[in-house]
Design a protein around this ligand. Structure first.
Ligand code: ADP
Ligand code: MG
Length: 323
């Protein structure tokens, strides 16, 4: 039976190239480049809460890292190192093989080095800490939105939430629609390149993990401003066209999109569009930052409309993600 150390050596230890000291000592040693600030974030995936226990371990490995990469994308930071803390019910080597393949594969894509972590027995729980760098003073913060800013969103929203409804048996999807939605749910694309390209252009940014309204709401609170959204311009995933009754809920309040929502001065419209084009990512203007606190939205006729409840809160009263 493999020991904890054998498992770490087999599945997680790789030659270190960007750390002074990687896996194997009491701590890793890292040296940020001169003039850079460290951006550090942690995100935990809990079995039964954030994913179904039978989820493909390779996809789980990718997603555990992807959601962390997304946090750094939202800061405009360049991801460099990660720590992985795993609680495993048993030393299931087939599971570890697939999980580490997913995790390390995505890490390689983003040139992120796994430099440490912890491995223990317990109910399946995956916790990743990510470290990145951003030029000092240049990070995209939630508290930096200004009155008059455009509000932008990358990509399209709502497919992941529709995929989750499908998994829970709440919405029946065609095979092709299910495949598209589940790929967005299980394998989100962190918008790291866009976040980097927005440095010096965007004022505030956040990644959409809990739904557009909830996450934009965090920018508004931290920046002490309000927003007016033009609902017709919110880019809903095309697959939602076949589910008009769910369109607003999934696109506005569905979680797991991992797109970026950001604000920027009107004068930067052209440069933002070019930045998004250069990353081959769609960017759409969906509203304006206003002085009056709160979130208002109007439809294509310009009439104010009621908004769906705001996304997911683990300790609040809204619907839990896996039901
Ligand atoms: P300690 O006793 O100091 O906690 P461990 O025996 O837990 O150290 O870990 C040994 C080494 O393996 C450390 O460098 C630690 O960072 C690394 N490590 C442990 N678990 C993981 C993991 N799941 N992924 C990557 N590195 C890990
Ligand atoms: Mg340890």
């Amino acid at each position: 039976m493999a020991s904890e150390f054998d498992l770490i050596a087999s599945y997680f230890t790789r030659p270190s190239h960007s750390a002074t000291l990687g896996i194997g000592d009491d701590a890793a040693l890292l040296r940020p480049a001169p003039g850079m600030e460290l951006a550090i974030s942690a995100d935990m995936l809990v079995s039964g809460r954030h994913f179904f226990p039978d989820t493909d371990p390779e996809l789980l490995g990718r997603k555990a890292l992807a959601v962390n990469l997304s946090d750094l994308a939202a800061m405009g930071a360049l991801p460099r190192w990660a720590l992985l803390s795993l609680a495993l019910p048993e030393a299931d080597e087939a599971w570890l093989d697939r999980f580490s393949r997913g995790f390390l594969g995505l890490a390689e894509t983003f040139d992120v080095e796994l430099v440490g972590g912890d491995t223990t027995r317990g109910p399946l729980n995956i916790s990743v800490t990510i470290l990145g760098e951003v030029e000092a003073g240049n990070a995209l913060r939630r508290d930096a939105a200004k009155v008059g800013d455009d509000i932008w969103v990358s990509g399209e929203l709502g497919a992941a939430a529709l995929g989750l409804r499908h998994l829970k048996g709440e919405t029946a999807l065609s095979a092709s629609a299910a495949a598209a939605c589940l790929s967005r749910l299980h394998d989100p694309a962190p918008r790291v390149a866009l976040g980097r390209a927005l440095r010096g252009l965007a004022h505030a940014a956040i990644d959409i993990s809990d739904g557009l309204l909830a996450d934009l709401g965090h920018i508004l609170e931290r920046s002490e401003v309000g927003a007016h959204l033009d609902l017709a311009s919110v880019p809903a995933a095309p697959v939602l066209r076949d589910h008009p009754d769910l369109l607003r809920n999934c696109a506005l309040a569905g979680g797991d999109d991992y797109e970026l929502c950001f604000t920027a001065p009107v004068s930067h419209r052209g440069r933002i569009q070019s930045a998004a084009d250069s990353c081959s990512i769609q960017a759409t203007r969906i509203g304006t930052i206003v002085q009056a606190p709160g979130l208002k939205a109007s439809d294509d006729q310009g009439h104010l409309v009621d908004l769906p409840p705001r996304g997911y809160d683990h300790f609040g009263s809204s619907v839990p993600s896996l039901g």
